[in-house]
Design a binder for this molecule. Structure first.
Ligand SMILES: [Zn+2]
Length: 194
């Protein structure tokens, strides 16, 4: 990303919002802070192809393959409608075919799929597609639960709102279902059984 252009654009936004000179001096470092927050944090996933973080798999025994689940990974994403962050957790799981990856790689997959201008459901689908595509998993599931700050800022009575999105793929629904995944997620187990 072009840092100078981003900082100029942030400065132009402040000016358009009525915070131009003489106020602008107060915001001298704001443009750099905002640029760094967006390019180095909120949009850091754009530099990574989600499938590429799964490119060094370990062998897995297909006979013993069952769900591998990583729950409650802290995550942040940027709403493409309002350019505001949503903060929450991602739970993901997959059934290996003949390859598996470290939890560290799953964490990097979450970062690559969420730290973008992207809707939660698209992030969930990106994660599932990478697990079934690049890793060749027999099934994959992802649930994202996040508090969207754009919603809570606009609706004071909705400030506790949490949005949930999910995605799921299975090559054999009789063996690997989304319900199985939810039952393995301790935080969702009660919900799944209800
Ligand atoms: Zn929004």
């Amino acid at each position: 990303m072009d840092n100078e252009s981003v900082e100029r654009a942030v400065g132009a936004l402040l000016t358009a919002l009525g915070y131009g000179p003489p106020h602008f001096a107060e915001f001298d470092r704001t443009v750099t802070r905002v640029r760094r927050l967006f390019t180095e944090e909120l949009l850091a996933g754009c530099a990574t192809d989600p499938a590429s973080v799964l490119s060094n798999p370990l062998p897995a025994d297909p006979k013993g393959c069952e769900w591998i689940v990583l729950e409650q990974v802290q995550a942040v994403t940027l709403c493409p409608h309002h350019l505001m962050p949503a903060v929450g957790t991602v739970s993901l799981g997959y059934v290996p075919r003949d390859s598996m990856v470290s939890f560290g790689a799953l964490h990097r997959l979450v970062r690559a799929a969420t730290r973008r201008l992207i809707l939660q459901e698209e992030s969930a689908q990106t994660i599932v597609d990478a697990l079934t595509g690049a890793l060749g998993a027999q099934a994959a599931a992802c649930t994202i639960r996040m508090a969207p700050t754009c919603f809570s800022a606009a609706h004071a009575d909705g400030c506790q709102a949490v949005a949930t999105a999910s995605a799921f793929v299975s090559t054999d629904l009789s063996r690997w279902s989304f319900r199985d995944f939810l039952l393995l997620c301790t935080n969702s187990a009660g919900h799944a059984r209800a």
